[in-house]
Ligand binder design. Structure first.
Ligand SMILES: [Fe+2]
Length: 293
């Protein structure tokens, strides 16, 4: 099976005056006055969706931050951007911290209202969905927070253990999908703490105790990287493509990326990474992560 992994598209629209409070007021100043807006590009976002379609995947996994500030109009724009994929390909989606930017996004369940159809049978996390020989276990790591730290809610990992116990035998290949990294690119715990998962150790303990997770997919860190984590069945790959909506900024050696996995119940056979050259996504020279960017 072929699985495409997108993350951190950060679809952005100018917020309404009534939406400018708390963190979003600071975030808007950051985006529009300090130039962070230019880091994300609608051309890259459209090309990422187009490339995902052209790869003819059996499944697309999106590991959060579909929007920049979790507003109603951003969710509508993200839905419109992704519609060609959502209407043609099986998708598994989870929110990122930017999709729960302020309390209003959570209270109105904008994520579930917009993308619930691709968030498991209960239209919320945690969920475990199986697509042929592959399953996606998605856990919540995000909540509205003035800084950008995340937290796995109480009960989430116990629920995940129960879901894994219900898998058929022989079981499918299982991707654990979450928004936050657990480790940095050098293998040390992910930081700084203001941008990290408060209880990343609990997720690592969950992995150490299971034989039923075969790879971890995440986003959040816009400069992608690959690491490994131990499980009860041995080390497994941990993959972040890097932000799929990032602008092509050759002077900073930064651009958008997406991943493509060839996988079946026996294992993950190939990882390909594609990078945006300002017009289109092309396979990373030298193989996935070979450029170090
Ligand atoms: Fe994020």
């Amino acid at each position: 099976m072929r699985v495409v992994h997108l993350t951190d598209l950060h679809v952005q629209t100018r917020p309404q005056l009534g939406e400018l409070f708390g963190k979003r007021l600071l975030g808007t100043a950051n985006l529009y006055l300090l130039g962070r807006r230019a880091k994300f590009d609608p051309a890259a976002q459209r090309a990422a969706v187009q490339t995902a379609l052209e790869l003819e995947p059996d499944l697309v996994i999106i590991t959060g931050d579909l929007t920049a500030q979790g507003t109603v109009s951003e969710f509508a724009a993200a839905r419109e951007l992704l519609d060609p994929l959502l209407s043609r390909v099986s998708c598994a989606i989870l929110p990122g911290n930017h999709d729960l930017y302020c309390e209003d996004a959570k209270v109105e369940d904008r994520m579930g209202q917009t993308f619930g159809e691709w968030m498991g049978p209960k239209r919320r996390l945690p969920y475990l969905v199986q697509h042929g020989e592959v399953a996606v276990l998605a856990i919540e790591t995000c909540h509205p927070h003035l800084l950008s730290s995340g937290r796995v809610p109480p009960g989430e990992l116990q629920a995940a253990v129960g879901m894994l116990a219900g898998l058929p035998s022989p079981r499918p290949f299982v991707f654990l999908a979450l928004h936050y990294p657990l480790r940095n690119r050098d293998g040390a715990p992910y930081g700084p703490a203001t941008r990290a998962l408060d209880n990343a150790g609990a997720v690592e303990d969950f992995l150490l105790a299971t034989t039923k997770v075969d790879a971890v997919l995440h986003g959040h860190e816009h400069h992608g990287f690959r690491t490994e984590l131990p499980t009860a069945a041995g080390p497994i790959p941990v993959l972040d493509p890097g932000a799929s909506g990032y602008a092509f900024l050759p002077d900073q050696d930064r651009t958008a990326h997406l991943n493509c996995y060839e996988v079946d119940a026996r294992g993950l056979h190939e990882v390909k990474r594609y990078r945006f050259d300002g017009r289109q996504f092309l396979a990373e020279p030298g193989g996935a992560y070979a450029t170090g960017r």
